[in-house]
Design a protein around this ligand. Structure first.
Ligand SMILES: Cc1cc2nc3c(=O)[nH]c(=O)nc-3n(C[C@H](O)[C@H](O)[C@H](O)COP(=O)(O)OP(=O)(O)OC[C@H]3O[C@@H](n4cnc5c(N)ncnc54)[C@H](O)[C@@H]3O)c2cc1C
Length: 286
C-alpha cells in the first residue's frame, strides 16, 4: 500500500505532459514522470519517495515508437524490456533486456525507466553507450537530441543518474542501424541465475577492428571508458597484461556488497575480459 495521496495524469502528447508539469510546478507541487512504475511503486510503498503527482508518459505515441526509419533505430522510452527482447531489432540490446529481471517484471519495466531509475545497474544503457546513440529529451524549453554520453557524463558521481533538468523526460533513443548489425558479445554473471542483479555485465562490440566495451555491476554506475578501450585494443602486449591495465584504470573502486566481494567481482571481471579477447582476437589469457 502507498501511504500518501497523489494525483495521476495521463497525457496523450508531449506538449500536454510538459504543460501538466509546468502547471504543477506553479502550484508548488512535486511531480514525477511515470513509465513502467515498478520502481516508483516499490519505492513509494516503503516511503522512500513522495510526490504530489505522477505524470504517466506511456500513452504518448513518440514514447512508444519501436522500429527503423531509414538508417536509424528509434526506441521510445516507454517500450518495455519484453518488447525489446522479443522483437530483436538490436540483438545486443535484446539479449541484455532478456537477462534483466524476471519475465513478469520485464513486461512492465521500460527502457526509459531502466536508464533513469535509481537502481544503479541500468544494464540496458550499455549498447547505447557503445553505439554513440542519441537521446531525445522533452522539457519546458522544447525538444532536443543529445549524445547519450552527454547526459551520462564523465564525472563518476554524475554517472549514476541522467543529467536531466527539472521537468525534462526522455522521449526516445536513436541508434544508427549499422551499430545494430556489428559483431558483439554480452556476458552477465550474477550470484543466482541469469536474471539477478549483475556481479558483472559486459557488453562489447567490434567496430572498424576496434573493440568497444561497457560495464555494469563493477562500479556503482554503468560506464564506458576511452582509456580502458585503449588498454583492451593494445595488441602489442599479452592479454593478461591488458587485463591488468584495465583493472588499474577502473574509474571507481569495485563494488563490495552482499552480492559479491570486490575481490570476487574482480575475479569474475578478469574471466569475462578474457572471453571478450577470445571472441574478438582469438586470444587466450591463460
Ligand atoms: C524485479 C526487478 C528486477 C530488476 N532487475 C534488474 C536487473 O537485473 N538489471 C537492471 O539493470 N535493472 C533491474 N531492475 C531495475 C529496473 O530496471 C529499474 O527499477 C527501472 O527503473 C524500472 O523501470 P520502470 O519503467 O518501471 O520505471 P519507473 O518506476 O516508471 O520509473 C523509475 C524512475 O525513472 C524515471 N523515469 C522513467 N521513465 C523516464 C523517462 N522516460 N524520462 C525521465 N525519467 C524517467 C521515473 O521518474 C522514476 O524516477 C529490476 C527491477 C525489478 C522490479
Amino acid at each position: 500500500m502507498i501511504s500518501f495521496d497523489f494525483d495521476y495524469y495521463k497525457p496523450n502528447t508531449i506538449d500536454e505532459a510538459i504543460e501538466i508539469y509546468k502547471y504543477l510546478s506553479l502550484e508548488g507541487k512535486t511531480a514525477i514522470y511515470y513509465s513502467g512504475g515498478t520502481e516508483i511503486i516499490s519505492q513509494a510503498r516503503i516511503d522512500k519517495i513522495r510526490f504530489d503527482a505522477a505524470i504517466d508518459i506511456k500513452h504518448i505515441p513518440e514514447c512508444n515508437i519501436h522500429g527503423f526509419q531509414d538508417d536509424k533505430l528509434f526506441i521510445g522510452s516507454a517500450v518495455t524490456l519484453t518488447k525489446i527482447s522479443d522483437y530483436y531489432l538490436f540483438p545486443l540490446l535484446s539479449e541484455i533486456c532478456k537477462k534483466t529481471a524476471d519475465h513478469t517484471a520485464r513486461n512492465k519495466i521500460t527502457i526509459g525507466g531502466n536508464i533513469c531509475g535509481k537502481v544503479p545497474y541500468k544494464e540496458a544503457i550499455l549498447p547505447f553507450l557503445l553505439s554513440d546513440s542519441y537521446v531525445v529529451i522533452a522539457g519546458v524549453g522544447g525538444k532536443k537530441a543529445v549524445p547519450i554520453a552527454q547526459i551520462f557524463g564523465e564525472e563518476p558521481q554524475l554517472r549514476s543518474k541522467p543529467r536531466l533538468n527539472a521537468g525534462e523526460f526522455i522521449i526516445q533513443i536513436i541508434t544508427e542501424r549499422d551499430y545494430t548489425m556489428l559483431p558483439y558479445i554480452n556476458i552477465k554473471k550474477a550470484k543466482q541465475g541469469k536474471v539477478d542483479y549483475p556481479l558483472v555485465t559486459i557488453a562489447s562490440i567490434e567496430k572498424d577492428k576496434q573493440i568497444r566495451i561497457a560495464f555494469s555491476g563493477i562500479c556503482p554506475f554503468p560506464f564506458r571508458s576511452a582509456e580502458i578501450e585503449k588498454d583492451l585494443n593494445n595488441d602489442s602486449v599479452a592479454p593478461n597484461e591488458r587485463i591488468n591495465a584495465i583493472i588499474s584504470h577502473l574509474t571507481a573502486p569495485i563494488i563490495n556488497d552482499i552480492l559479491g566481494s570486490s575481490k570476487y567481482r574482480e575475479f569474475v571481471l578478469r574471466n569475462a575480459l578474457g572471453e571478450v579477447l577470445f571472441k574478438f582476437r582469438g586470444e587466450n589469457n591463460a
